[in-house]
Design a protein around this ligand. Structure first.
Ligand code: NJP
Length: 265
């Protein structure tokens, strides 16, 4: 499916070596966008680059980037601007989680999750904002999580990073609204990706939530459909988001009644 509004647009995707990021890249390439794909696994990026260039005759650049290294972020984005001139859409997708109770999370794990999910996302955003504001055009899409709306046991640190992403995203949306720059957060529930290889080392959560796992292609489709459109949030699946609305209204009751459902990890 070709999304006409994306033809010839410059799109940068972090965490594009697999999962949702790679699926978003596939759909954007099918719409004729120029892509910059970022991740640490350069071999996977090069493979995807070759596939997309052959199949869709689009321009795809790849860079090895650990988004938690802010010096590297600066260098890579500086180079992207030299080559592309401007970025129309930034998809901040790189992220990871480790399911652990707070008392078991090591300082390295805590710092690691914040450095990638929060600081890395903010650093990439900072690099594209000045030009987007100047051009009065652009879209920043932050992949957060339903974990950014409801924190559940064994997700204390991961949820905290995604709450931070949502706080940042909501303020940013207001900051740039007069500059015609769009800001969208994406809050999915569990998606069948490699995310759980790290997050859920015992496989308990995957087993328990298997029946309502989202497919990465579906989530990516919703993200790409929202591109360059004024979409505040994408919440998937819908019923899970209803839960987060009720949670805001009746937190104590919700935590008590939902205790079993929240203890899936
Ligand atoms: O996971 P996965 P997803 N610097 O593991 C990259 C959120 N989310 O697609 O660096 C740069 O297949 C990694 O690349 P590499 C989640 O929090 C997920 O599911 O080569 N990139 C890979 O391309 C995350 O924000 C679920 O290892 C780094 C990508 O990130 C986003 O969705 C539910 C990096 C991760 O791909 C994509 O995750 C939810 C670094 N330091 C939110 N570290 C879910 N799957 O259930 C990792 O609500 N990456």
């Amino acid at each position: 499916m070709v999304r006409e509004q994306l033809k010839g647009k410059n799109i940068v995707i972090t965490g594009a070596s697999g999962g949702i990021g790679a699926e978003i890249a596939r759909l954007c390439a099918a719409s004729g966008s120029n892509l910059v794909l970022l991740a640490r696994s350069i071999d996977k990026l090069v493979q995807l680059q070759n596939q997309l260039q052959q199949k869709h005759q689009v321009k795809v650049d790849v860079y090895q980037l650990d988004v938690s290294d802010t010096n590297q972020v600066k260098e890579v984005f500086t180079d992207i601007f030299i080559k592309m001139g401007h970025v129309d859409i930034l998809v901040n997708n790189a992220g990871f989680g480790i399911f652990r109770e707070a008392h078991q999370a090591s300082f390295d794990e805590i710092k690691g999750m914040f450095d990638v999910n929060v600081v890395g996302l903010m650093a990439c955003t900072s690099m594209v904002l000045p030009k987007m504001r100047e051009r009065r055009f652009g879209h920043i899409i932050n992949i957060a999580s339903q974990a950014g709306k409801i924190a559940t046991p064994k997700s204390s640190v991961y949820s905290a990073t995604k709450h931070a992403v949502l706080g940042y995203t909501n303020a940013l949306r207001m900051e740039v609204s007069d500059f015609n720059v769009l800001v969208t957060s994406v809050n999915p529930g569990p998606i069948a990706t490699n995310f759980f290889n790290i997050a859920d080392e015992k496989g308990t959560y995957v087993k328990n939530v298997q029946r309502f796992m989202l497919q990465p292609e579906y989530v990516a489709g919703k993200v790409v459909d929202s591109m360059l459109k004024k979409t505040r949030e994408i919440n998937l699946p819908r019923w899970m988001n209803m839960g987060s609305i009720v949670y805001v209204l009746f937190p104590r009751l919700f935590e008590r009644l939902g205790k079993k459902a929240f203890n899936q990890k």
